[in-house]
Design a protein around this ligand. Structure first.
Ligand code: GLA
Ligand code: ZN
Length: 680
């Protein structure tokens, strides 16, 4: 069982939706009112039935400190109501108005370099400015008051893509308070930060300064004191979360039954989304994969978003219909790709397919960003036709997949504290990146059609047979017991090189690596060799040869059995892969990084030994996912390749988009980039 952040009801609360919402960010306030009716005509034509409004309107809603003006938004809300569109209403607090920055410079952020910003851009407010917090709360409350009876309001969208960090004096002061609450005493803080090193003893709370380029850092990701830098990351994530919570509370006071969210960004390092999701009514996120992104790398982000929400469906809040404007090369999404990526989101748990944006703007940095309605202003474009076709399909699908879940028996542990600490670690290799290692394991499961959940250190493990914890560098006090219990009761745990090194303060656990996991893994790691880019060692496992790169842990087997040994260098012949029987289960230690083929073969062995089955026989280039609910089992077949692919039906199934029955054994042919959804 996974811990659920909220009861498992539908994403959009009580709204009686008969299909997945389709549409997205719509900014009519940036356009003359004459074209609004034309927008409505085009929305009808495309099948758009949901808009996100008011994302960046603070300047017009509050043109001066004591003046609020909702008349324009009233007209927009009336217009969309008349046209039967559902609304996700944003609070507009992701960009403060110019008068506020001028009158209260404390709302402006200070950069990592120490440079104080002036008015400009967006996502630019200091999260610890009392002025910003007061006015954002007030605005959220006023919007809720004004639109509480609006029948088409299906969700609130607080702020927009929270992110970044601030290093100003407000933040410095708030950081000291946060630390006092966390540590209680300076002795505890000095211990946790190991300030005896380089004589950094803190004698008074006021001596603590923010860790940035002016103090402990020499680069954004390189610090001389990991303890303070790690705490600052936690503090920044918490500060922005507090902003979210305050707006959410102001809204909930007035509309307690309308769900509240904010749009997240997948694997976004600065914010501990696992902590965030516990506060949100449902998870929503923005998917902007680079053009060369693999299917697995996109799938992995969707699965993370499903995972942080406790396995519940999420909302795809934004994606581009065609291009972005902010990549070095903004290539077009090829014909069929927008549809493919939309269904991929649904396949991994989305219950809404939304876009940025509905009409392409004429000025500022997003004027060349893709939109449903292009600068030409008509429906006669490729992008419009593709959107229209998707709109039809989503209508045809109705609500049957909504609320369905992914049946995963394997999980990958992801932990933001571990991510932060690992990448601040100052050794052993600058190439060691947490997500790279996570992605290697994820890709193996993905290629084998074995569904995976992403879990946090707060989740229960009992419903899984396999848990992989790549580079579990930080084992928080007590978490070793959770892992031991999981394996004792029959689970299979896999962890890797550079694991079990530190506790939650990033202090090394002495007595031999992997620290508190030593008994569970049955190995003692004595040293770790970093191989420069391109350098390799190697090993042979079950008759096959594999490379070894990045890091080579040199270990001694205690209770574990060795599965393979290094083939060269002074540690040739010492174990590289260990397998420990522990209670009713097994714990594996993979002491190096290897190839895609190795991870695939390892996962195959794990799956076989633990009776975790693929949901469908793998077909090259075709992603296959399953979601289940009371309507049945939905299989999504997504051909990411450009060539035709052929599948054999493994059960009788109805192809929902084509309305056709397929018998077991029949061939199903999918053209390049094509998608089909089957109900079994
Ligand atoms: C983000 C934002 C949107 C827009 C898009 C453009 O996702 O939330 O406001 O800027 O990027 O890609
Ligand atoms: Zn600040």
């Amino acid at each position: 069982m996974k811990k659920e952040s909220k009861a498992g009801g539908p994403v959009f609360g009580n709204s009686r939706l008969t299909k997945m919402p389709f549409g997205g960010d719509y900014n009519p306030e940036q356009w003359p009112e004459e074209i609004w009716e034309e927008d409505m005509r085009l929305f009808r034509l495309a099948g758009v039935d949901c808009v996100t409004l008011n994302v960046f309107s603070w300047a017009s809603l509050q043109p001066a400190e004591d003046v609020y003006s909702f008349e324009k938004l009233d007209r927009i809300m009336d217009l969309v109501k008349k046209n039967g569109l559902s609304v996700i209403l944003a609070t507009s607090t992701a960009a403060h108005p110019a008068w506020m920055a001028r009158k209260y410079p404390e709302v402006l952020r200070t950069e990592f370099s120490g440079l104080r910003r002036k008015f400009g851009s967006r996502h630019n407010s200091c999260p610890n400015s009392m002025v910003y917090r007061k006015y954002s709360r007030l605005l959220a409350g006023k919007l809720a008051e004004r639109y509480k009876d609006f029948p088409n309001l299906i969700a609130w969208h607080v702020n927009n893509e929270y992110g970044g960090a601030c290093y100003c004096e407000n933040c410095e002061k708030a950081f000291r308070v946060w630390l006092q609450e966390k540590y209680g005493s300076l002795e505890a803080l000095n211990r946790a930060w190991n300030t005896g090193f380089w004589g950094h003893t803190v004698y008074d709370w006021e001596e603590i300064v923010v860790p940035n380029l002016q103090s402990e850092h020499f680069e954004e990701n390189r610090t001389t004191f990991q303890g303070i830098s790690l705490d600052y990351r936690r503090f920044c994530s918490d500060s922005l979360l507090e902003n979210y919570r305050e707006e959410q509370a102001a809204i909930k006071e007035i509309t307690p039954d309308i769900p509240v969210t904010t749009n997240l960004m997948g694997f976004y390092k600065p914010l501990d989304y696992q902590k965030w999701a516990r506060e949100m009514d449902f998870v929503s996120w923005d998917n902007y994969p680079p053009n060369e992104a693999s299917a697995a790398s996109i799938a992995m982000q969707h699965d993370l978003m499903r995972g942080i929400g406790g396995g519940r469906p999420f909302v795809l809040m934004e994606q581009t219909p065609s291009v972005t404007n902010w990549l070095p090369y903004n290539a077009l999404k090829r014909p069929g790709v927008m549809r493919l990526l939309s269904w991929q989101a649904v396949a991994h748990g989305a219950d809404a397919v939304l876009f940025f944006q509905m009409r392409r703007s004429i000025g500022a940095c997003e004027k060349y960003h893709g939109a449903l309605i292009d600068h030409v202003g008509t429906e006669h474009t490729r992008v419009f036709w593709e959107m229209q076709a998707l709109g039809r399909e989503l209508k045809q699908m109705g609500s049957q997949t909504m609320g369905s879940r992914t049946p995963a028996k394997a999980a990958i542990l992801v932990d933001w504290d571990n991510w932060w600490a690992l990448e601040y670690s100052a050794g052993p290799s600058c190439d060691l990146k947490y997500l790279d290692e996570v992605e290697r394991y994820y890709t193996a499961f993905h290629e084998l059609n074995i569904p995976v959940d992403f879990i946090s250190t707060e989740d229960l493990l009992g419903s899984y047979r396999i848990v992989v914890a790549p580079v579990l560098y930080m084992v928080k006090t007590g978490y070793e017991e959770v892992l031991k219990q999981f394996v004792e009761e029959g689970g299979c745990l896999v962890t890797t090189f550079f694991s079990g090194i530190v506790e939650e303060h990033d202090l090394v656990v002495t007595g031999g690596y992997p620290g508190r996991l030593r008994g569970l893994l049955g190995v003692w790691v004595e040293e770790s060799d970093a191989l420069p880019e391109g350098a390799q060692n190697g090993f042979t496992w079950r008759g096959k040869h594999y490379p070894s790169e990045l890091l080579c842990d040199i270990m001694h087997l205690e209770t574990a059995g060795g599965e393979a040994v290094y083939e060269s260098d002074f540690y040739a012949g010492s174990p590289v892969l260990a397998r420990n029987a522990y209670g009713k289960g097994t714990a594996w230690y993979v002491a190096t990084r290897s190839s895609r083929e190795f991870y695939r073969d390892l996962v195959k062995v794990l799956a076989r030994e633990n009776e975790v089955r693929e949901i469908w026989t793998p077909v090259a280039g075709v992603e296959i996912c399953e979601r289940r609910n009371e309507n049945g089992r939905f299989f999504f077949f997504l051909n990411h390749g450009n060539e035709e692919a052929e599948l054999t039906m493994e059960q009788d199934a109805v192809r929902l988009l084509e309305g056709r029955l397929y018998k077991k054994g029949e061939k199903l042919v999918l053209k390049g980039k094509d998608v089909t959804v089957c109900l079994v």
